[in-house]
Structure formats: C-alpha cells, structure tokens
Design a protein. Structure first.
Ligand SMILES: Cc1ncc(C[n+]2csc(CCOP(=O)(O)OP(=O)(O)O)c2C)c(N)n1
Length: 322
C-alpha cells in the first residue's frame, strides 16, 4: 500500500502526542499529582495510531484499562482526559472515573474498564446497535492478551460472528497479563489462532509497525462495514513500563526489554520519513513539540480546574439505597 506524506505525518503526530501524554502522566504520577492507578501503553503507540486512522468519529469503541493512547488517537479531548486523571470536575467523568474509567461518548469511546473482559459484551452490544439503527457505523473492541482468556470473549465472539455484527476485535498482545508472560497463560501460539473457532478471519501482525497495523485494520474495517462480519486482529508489541505505574516489572527479562526498546515504533517511522526525504529531523522535532505543547495545555487545564463539589457525591452513580 502506498501512503501519502500527509498520512505518514499524521501517524507520526498521533504517536508523538500519545507518547508525550503518557510520559508526562508517568512523571505526574511519581510526583503524587495523580491519584489511583494508571496503566501506560508506552511503546504500544503504533497500534492506537494505525487502528484509529481507519475509523470515523461516529464509529464506536470498547476499551480496557490501558486506553489513554486509544482515546487520544480516536480524537478524545486531551484536556478533559488529563483533568479526569487529576480527579477534577472538568474531567471526562467529572473526576469520578480516573484513568481506568475514562469515557467520551461524543467520540464513540464507550469507556475504559477496570473489569477485564467487560468491554467484549459492551462492544458487541454497540455493534448490534450500529446494525439495528442502520447507521453504517462499526465498532472496535480493544483488549489485552490476558483478557483474551476471559469467558465473556466466547459469548461475544460467537454472537458477533453468528449475526455478522460490524465489529473488529483487536488484541494488543504486549507480552504479559500482569506479571504472567503470554506463554504462561495462553495455550496457543497466537490469540488470533482462536478466530477459526468462531468462523471469522484472524491474523497476527507486528504491532510496532504502524503501517502494517493500518493496512490490517483497514481491511477488517471494510469487511465489517460491508456487512461481512467481524475479524480478529492481534498486534504483537511490548509494554515498556510495569503493569501499572509503581510496578518495577522485575518479572521481565532485561534482554527482552532491551530488544523491544530498539523496536520503538516512533523512530522506526521517523527514520523511514527521513530516508524517503519526506521529513527532516526538524520536522520530526516539531511534531514532538506540538504533542508536548498539547500536554502542557492539558496539565494547566487540569491543575486550574476545580475539584468536584461535595454535593456531586451521589450524582451519576448508582446506589441501591436511592
Ligand atoms: C475480571 C478481572 N480479573 C482480574 C483483574 C486484575 N487484572 C487487572 S489487569 C490484569 C492483566 C491484564 O492483562 P492484559 O489483558 O494482557 O492487558 P495488559 O495489562 O497487558 O494491557 C489483571 C489480571 C481484573 N481487573 N478484572
């Protein structure tokens, strides 16, 4: 597939912005400015950038607990995301959700989720709604390799394939389910090997190659929009940080970590852009600076935003007593 210079710049800019957001979140968390838990996708940016370049604003997306990059790539509001992480009233969930419950319904981002595997059924339902309402929208569902072993996957994959729902299942295989390496939790070589059991195509691709991610997703998105049903895509990558911020990741082999750091998807695309003479190092630096500036603005917005008022304690939450 031939890519235009503009497309390649867009991929680079998205990855640079995701990297800037999460690098800053890591620092802010260490400085005690962000409460709760945060799970970062540093090193996995090519998946978010490649996947979300294939969909439209009204397409829906089920997320999981490691979804900052996905939200940014789909066009989520970065200021509101940062404010949510700070627990401020201007956050995507008015400061009550935090990192693991970020959501932006206007952008079709149906919610990160602290319950592993909960996104499968939510996404299958959203895909059913796309069909039922005859909108021609599709749904994506992103999840980790560890979640691929949860029961709701079976129910959701089966019904989606049976009813040919417009959905693309996307596994971000980053090598671990918490501290458990993939070989310790998966009976097959690839998560995508399971696709055949549901009568849908399944493919495993290098998740650090943004162009391969885009091409693979594009095909599956077209298939879903045509009404030919779901696909299972598996993008192999590596989580640079610990499972959550504060986890030193001692279960990782340092040699593996070193090898994967060399496969950083951002310089990989940057080097290609320079080689093709599409970009100079200054162009790349400028895109990085644009990403950083957005994050500076988001942190300022979050810091200057008010805390939720105490009177808000019971709004937007369910309580059996009320
Ligand atoms: C139902 C459920 N079981 C266990 C957990 C605890 N838990 C949180 S994340 C995680 C590992 C997830 O691994 P994976 O799906 O590969 O995603 P990754 O963290 O690697 O992105 C576990 C076991 C949970 N949140 N929900």
């Amino acid at each position: 597939m031939e890519f235009s210079k503009e497309q390649l710049f867009d991929f680079y800019q998205t990855m640079a912005t995701c990297r800037a957001f999460e690098s800053r979140v890591s620092e802010l968390f260490a400085a005690g400015k962000i409460p709760g838990f945060v799970h970062l996708s540093l090193g996995q940016e090519a998946i978010a950038a490649g996947v979300f370049a294939c969909v439209e604003k009204d397409d829906k997306c089920g997320l999981h607990h490691r979804s900052h990059g996905e939200m940014i790539a789909k066009g989520g509001d970065i200021n509101k995301m940062m404010a949510e992480l700070f627990g401020k009233a201007t956050g995507t969930c008015k400061g009550k959700g935090g990192s693991m419950h970020l959501a932006d319904m206007d952008m079709g981002l149906l919610g990160a989720n602290g319950i592993l595997g909960a996104g499968f059924a939510i996404a299958a339902g959203a895909a059913f709604a796309c069909r039922y309402n005859e909108t021609n929208d599709i749904t994506l569902c992103l999840f980790g390799d560890g979640q691929s072993n949860r029961g709701p996957l079976h129910e959701s994959f089966n019904v989606a394939a049976l009813w040919k729902l417009p959905i693309v299942w996307i596994c971000e295989n980053n090598g671990f389910g918490l501290s458990n390496p993939v070989k310790g939790h998966l009976a097959t070589d690839n998560v995508s090997d399971r696709a055949a059991a549901y009568g849908m195509p399944g493919v495993t691709v290098d998740g650090n190659d943004v162009l391969a991610v885009y091409e693979t997703t594009q095909e599956a998105v077209k298939r879903a929009r045509r009404g030919d049903g779901p696909s299972l895509l598996e993008f192999k990558t590596w989580r640079w940080h610990g499972h959550f911020e504060g986890d030193p990741g001692l279960y990782k082999d340092p040699k593996d970590q070193e090898e994967w750091l060399k496969k950083d998807p951002i310089p990989r695309l940057g080097n290609m852009l320079i080689k093709k003479k599409y970009a100079t190092q200054e162009d790349l630096d400028q895109m990085k600076a644009i990403g950083e500036a957005k994050i500076d603005a988001a942190v300022k917005f979050a810091e200057e935003s008010p805390w939720p008022d105490a009177s808000e304690l019971y709004t937007d939450v369910y309580d059996r007593q009320l």
